[in-house]
Design a protein around this ligand. Structure first.
Ligand SMILES: Cc1cc2nc3c(=O)[nH]c(=O)nc-3n(C[C@H](O)[C@H](O)[C@H](O)COP(=O)(O)O)c2cc1C
Length: 303
């Protein structure tokens, strides 16, 4: 049996496999299928200062190898999260609270409220920024640095992960901006903006028109971006995007990731995460890798 433990910002995870935000709720439904304490951690649904209702339906569209979603960050708000979901989840595994907001003050408020209560905070900076006319916080390096440093000032006791959007000009520059702002780690990728059309109606399938693309088909783009981000900063990186099996996770480790998150695959295979954990053990044994942590950043480029 290989050693699957990994260190992330001074916190030990029992293994590097974490269900991704928005694809696992707060874990309750999955805990009826398997014991979620086997996971390295759980990244919660995005949590705002007050409850958000989300977008009109349809919110999910399928396309070959990927899905599009425009759920609209529906969530119960931070107080209900603490009273009900965190109370249930705490102690089972590491809790990574995903934070959303439409203003800097909202991000600050959620981080301040959750500081010291969870193992990590993960800032979803793909939310529309009301101050920038709806453009996401996570597009321009100067906005990324600002939202990161303002959030970090409010959570001195909790490692802050900044989750990067892939819909950007330079993932390396944005990764560096988050690091300058005081991020303790990065996670990427969030979803790619896409459009799926119902050709009979000549209308978008999603009520929101566009949606975020995720799932198996995005993996090579995500691996490239994780490689670029990991090689432009000193802080650790959590990789995700299209992971369906242990071998996919190994690619992300080799590209520079310390841990991985599994998203859309939880919908097609509700046991995806424990299967990937078991698969990592087998892969490491078959390749005589004693510690999964030794795989991180071992890619050697050609030429
Ligand atoms: C239905 C759905 C909801 C999501 N909600 C969130 C969210 O609340 N916060 C966030 O940071 N990412 C959210 N994501 C993005 C995922 O966490 C992940 O970054 C993305 O789906 C890529 O990974 P995957 O290809 O394994 O799904 C959501 C993705 C999906 C499919």
């Amino acid at each position: 049996m290989a050693d699957l433990t990994v260190e992330l910002c001074g916190v030990t995870l029992k293994n590097p496999v974490i269900p991704a935000s928005g694809t696992f709720g707060f874990g309750r439904e999955f805990d009826e299928i398997y014991d979620i304490s086997c996971l390295g951690g759980v990244a919660t649904k995005g949590i705002a200062l007050t409850p958000w209702g989300g977008n009109p339906v349809p919110r999910i569209a399928e396309s070959r190898g990927v899905i599009l979603n425009a759920v609209g960050l529906q969530n119960p708000g931070v107080e209900k999260f603490i009273a009900e979901d965190l109370a249930w989840l705490k102690g089972k595994t590491r809790v990574i609270a995903n934070v959303v907001g439409r203003t800097l003050e909202e991000y600050e408020g959620v981080c301040a409220r959750l500081d010291g209560l969870v193992d990590f905070l993960e800032l979803n900076i793909s939310c529309p920024n009301v101050r920038c006319g709806g453009m996401a916080f996570g597009i321009r390096p100067e906005n990324i640095e600002e939202v990161t440093s303002r959030a970090k000032a409010k959570c001195p006791h909790t490692p802050l992960i900044v989750k990067l959007s892939p819909n950007v000009e330079s993932i390396a520059r944005n990764a560096q901006a988050a690091e300058r702002g005081g991020a303790d780690a990065l996670s990427l990728v969030n979803t790619f903006t896409g459009l799926a059309i119902d050709i009979e109606r000549r209308r978008p399938i999603l009520a929101n028109n566009t949606g975020g693309v995720s799932g198996a088909g995005i993996k090579p783009i995500a691996v490239r971006m994780v490689y670029e981000a990991a090689h432009s900063v000193k802080i650790p990186v959590i990789g995700m995007g299209g992971i369906t099996c242990a071998e996919d996770a190994v690619e992300f480790f080799m590209a520079g990731a310390t841990a991985v998150q599994v998203g859309t695959q939880n919908f097609t295979d509700t046991r995806a995460c424990p299967r990937i954990i078991a698969g990592l053990n087998e892969w490491c044994d078959a390749h005589k890798v004693e510690r999964v942590a030794d795989l991180t950043d071992t890619l050697q480029l050609n030429g």
